[in-house]
Design a binder for this molecule. Structure first.
Ligand code: URA
Length: 436
């Protein structure tokens, strides 16, 4: 078997045998197949797709390309949560401590910002001193001690995904259902949880833009998880506009703290409660009043405990003003009166990235303080000249440049309705509509 034969096979629209897929994953991991052949194969997959069997085999081979976490020493059923990535998506910072504060262990491996979408590790690093580089032993020990840890994947986990992802990023092959599904689920399977809740983002600020694509991705993710013996539930949620109001690392941590105190934006709170509730159900816990854990400070105390355990300054949970702040704040006025009909999530994400909040290359430095805070969301009434957003920037010039971009991302019309946030719930037994 050669890589050339397999490129030709996929180019001609045929399905690979399991052994062929394992050969490609081995070759990507040990470097014996050159990047140009892997890239050609990825493009053939992007154009011709994969069968369910091929996607499953690819996922399992990728999950086995490196170290797998063994969480069995942590008592109880472990439930993981993962978002496919969006703009302003700080839900993990709310959901993880909320679920842990209900007594369910949360062992969460997270990623960094890439392109227009943010990453939980960068957000957490805006808390002074906080360390996200835990060894596997430290990570598991912390979950056993305080019920929660959030850290980066170690370099020996799912090395095949690192190779494929870097090539996909450079060859316009990210937006492929089998490639996204295998990338996400290989990491989830290697992370060792017993059950998985997925938040599949759908819209301009997501990897998949249409509901049809999001449903196909959600079904693929759920099928892979279920076949691998992990109960998996996927939510499809709206990413046409940013989630919540804050976009940018420290700004998002502040908003997560507000939400953990029961004073967050209604969309972020609703999504967090729904995902947390699903995690509790999958963990086999009896239903509890999660909203109370927000309003009485229980969830926020768990977040402070997490920060302490990872060497961060936990006083930010009480005094969010201790988070890094940008020196320049520039309001963005509405160009006309009416109701906000659309806020282009991709444009807001790219605007925040251009301020320094995100990165194009995995190793690039980012500015944790800068970003954008929306004063208006879709469906809100607005008067001409009233601020729709505030740009938090390092310099006046950066603020000025980004302000016009943010203004252009807003569309105001005579009348508009709020967008539904929760769209679908996909399980092994079918798809439920949530936006009726
Ligand atoms: N998130 C991932 O981990 N992989 C993808 O391919 C897309 C989103």
């Amino acid at each position: 078997m050669t890589a050339l034969e397999l490129i030709r096979e996929k180019r001609d629209g045929q399905a690979h045998a399991d052994e062929a897929i394992r050969f490609l994953v081995r070759g990507a991991t040990d470097g014996s197949i050159p990047d140009y052949q892997l890239a050609a194969w990825l493009m053939a997959v992007r154009l011709n797709g994969m069968t369910d069997q091929e996607t499953k085999t690819l996922t399992l081979a990728m999950a086995d390309s490196g170290r797998r976490l063994d969480l069995s020493s942590i008592p109880g059923r472990k439930v993981d949560k993962h978002s496919t990535g969006g703009v302003g998506d700080k839900a993990t910072l709310v959901v993880a401590p909320l679920v842990a504060s209900a007594g369910i262990p949360v062992a969460k491996l997270s990623g960094r910002a890439l392109g227009h979408s943010g990453g939980t590790l960068d957000k957490l690093e805006s808390i002074p001193g906080l360390n996200v580089s835990l060894s596997i032993e430290q990570f598991i020990d912390q979950v056993r001690r305080i019920g929660i840890a959030i850290a980066g994947q170690t370099s020996d986990m799912v090395p095949a995904d690192k190779v494929f992802y870097a090539l996909r990023d450079a060859t316009a092959t990210v937006d492929s259902v089998p490639l996204i599904a295998s990338s996400v689920m290989s990491k989830k399977l290697a992370a060792g949880a017993d059950a998985i809740v997925l938040d599949v983002k759908c819209g301009r600020g997501a990897f998949v833009a249409t509901l049809d694509e999001a449903e196909a991705l959600a079904r693929a993710l759920v099928a892979i998880g279920t076949n691998a013996g992990r109960e998996t539930v996927a939510y499809i949620t709206d990413m046409e506009q940013p989630l919540g109001r804050a976009v940018g690392n420290a700004l998002e941590v502040r908003e997560a703290i507000e939400t953990l105190s029961g004073h967050g934006p209604s969309d972020l709170e609703a999504l967090s409660l729904r995902l947390a509730d699903e995690m509790l159900r999958l963990a086999g816990a009896p239903p509890i009043d999660l909203r109370r854990l927000l309003s009485d400070g229980t969830a926020l105390r768990k977040f402070a405990q997490l920060i302490d355990a990872q060497s961060g300054d936990s006083s930010v949970a009480r005094e969010p003003d201790r988070l890094p702040a940008a020196p320049v704040r520039r309001p963005v006025p509405a160009g006309e009166s009416g109701q906000v009909a659309a806020i282009d999530a991709l444009e807001i994400g790219l605007a925040a990235k251009s301020l320094g909040a995100g990165r194009d290359r995995k190793d690039a430095a980012i500015d944790l303080a800068v970003g954008i805070v929306l004063q208006k969301k879709v469906g809100d009434a607005v008067q001409r000249g009233e601020p729709v957003a505030t740009v938090h920037a390092r310099t006046d010039q950066a603020a000025q440049e980004v302000a016009s971009r943010v203004a252009a991302a807003f569309r105001v019309m005579a009348s508009a309705r709020p967008r539904p946030l929760l769209l679908r719930r996909v399980t092994a037994s079918g798809t439920e509509r949530l936006d009726t």
